[in-house]
Write a protein that binds this ligand. Structure first.
Ligand code: PDD
Length: 282
């Protein structure tokens, strides 16, 4: 039976329970990460846990864990559940306390929970591409924090599903921000454009790997906000995340991108990404 990690204890999944007073449950008061496992190894795990600790700090949550300690916990869970290819979800909440918006006393300790999932890479979509829609970005103004509050993202994703698409590309007014659970990158005249890292987007680790690949291959990587019109005129559109990797988008709002074919720069980035899987998994 699969084990779930709760506060450093590996517990049988059927016995893994949370309190009704957990602030993650009541307020969404916590942060999370999702880390990929390739060939029994953790991909870019240091970057993920650095972001996890940053998210925690930004919401005033003191986790008292080092990146190395978190990697060790994660490794133990992955080994114990024998995950070859899949992912680890980990979250930390502000702990269990009677419902009150303000932070609880300092003796209330955070609750850390992690579980694993086993699955293959999305080979078919990576080869053929996916459809996306666009939707207004209605989220809060600290999208750089990987917070448990995902209602805006959930509603955006559900809108995509309703239109038979796999991702919703969000925009604030005319400005494209990011997907419901991905970063958005657009290729135009041989250059990659993507929203700069600030409070409007999550500083995606996959986005970062794409930037490394672009630098290796001499493809200009322009961190500038793009408009929805620019998106519609793009040569290639990509959404990126830990789960979907470098995912081509071949239709936006029903209109084909690059005649519905996966473009050459996307393919180049996918190949480069595969090289990073090999060099950045531990
Ligand atoms: N989502 N933007 C948002 C809003 C996200 O939720 C994610 C990741 C990303 C991409 O970040 P990264 O490349 O570090 O995975 C961007 C994860 C996979 C999730 O919610 O499961």
């Amino acid at each position: 039976m699969a084990k779930v990690l709760i506060n450093e204890q590996l517990i049988d999944e059927q016995d893994a329970k949370v309190s009704y007073e957990d602030r993650g449950y009541v307020f969404g008061d916590g942060v999370y990460e999702y880390i990929r496992v390739y060939d029994n190894k953790l991909f870019t795990v240091k970057e993920h846990f650095e972001r996890f600790l940053r998210s925690a700090t930004e919401i005033g949550l003191d986790l008292e864990y080092s990146v190395d300690a978190l990697i060790e916990l994660c490794r133990e869970l992955v080994a114990c559940n024998d995950i070859k290819n899949g992912g680890v979800y980990i979250q930390a909440t502000r702990g269990v306390a009677p419902r009150d918006h303000a932070f609880p006393n300092s003796d209330v300790k955070p609750v850390i929970m992690a579980f694993t999932k086993s699955y293959d890479r999305p080979y078919q979509d990576l080869e053929n591409g996916i459809n996306a829609i666009t939707t207004e970005d209605i989220r809060w103004l600290r999208c750089d924090i990987k917070s448990l509050n995902l209602l805006g993202n959930v509603l955006a994703k559900e809108a995509a599903v309703k239109y038979n698409a796999k991702e919703a590309i969000q925009h604030r007014g005319d400005t494209v921000t990011e997907g419901a659970s991905t970063n958005v990158l657009v290729v135009k005249d041989g250059k990659i454009y993507t929203h700069p890292v600030n409070n409007y987007i999550l500083n995606g680790i996959t986005r970062r790997v794409i930037k490394w690949v672009a630098e290796d291959e001499g493809i200009p990587f322009v961190e500038e906000a793009i408009t929805t019109d620019f998106l519609k005129e793009a040569d290639e559109v990509i959404v990126s995340s830990t789960s979907v990797e470098v995912m081509p988008v071949i239709k936006v709002d029903g209109e084909s991108v690059n005649d519905g074919k996966v473009g050459p720069i996307t393919k180049q980035l996918q190949e480069g990404f595969d090289r990073y899987i090999r060099s950045h998994s531990i």
